[in-house]
Design a protein around this ligand. Structure first.
Ligand code: SF4
Length: 80
């Protein structure tokens, strides 16, 4: 799944997005509530908060390598 803001985009691998434990962990660590848990237990991305990302890397540290990608659209799509 992918969500786009003006400055930031967030991508989560499909396999990771259906991992309820990971969804709960990401929801807990992100300080600006970019991640949420759907009623199904799967991960949701909160579109209105995407551009609030503070580049703290907590989501990257909480997820298996490559499962979450933060893309800096304002910086030629470079990755955090
Ligand atoms: S880098 Fe920080 S603020 Fe940005 S999505 Fe990850 S946890 Fe949230």
């Amino acid at each position: 799944m992918r969500a786009e803001g003006i400055f930031i985009a967030v991508e989560v691998e499909d396999g990771a997005a259906t991992d309820a434990a990971l969804a709960a962990k990401l929801t807990e660590v992100c300080p600006v509530d970019i991640f949420a848990v759907a009623s199904s237990g799967e991960l949701e991305l909160v579109d209105k908060n995407i551009d609030e990302c503070v580049l703290c890397r907590l989501c990257l540290d909480a997820a298996p390598e490559g499962a979450v990608t933060i893309i800096k659209r304002y910086d030629n799509d470079s990755q955090l």
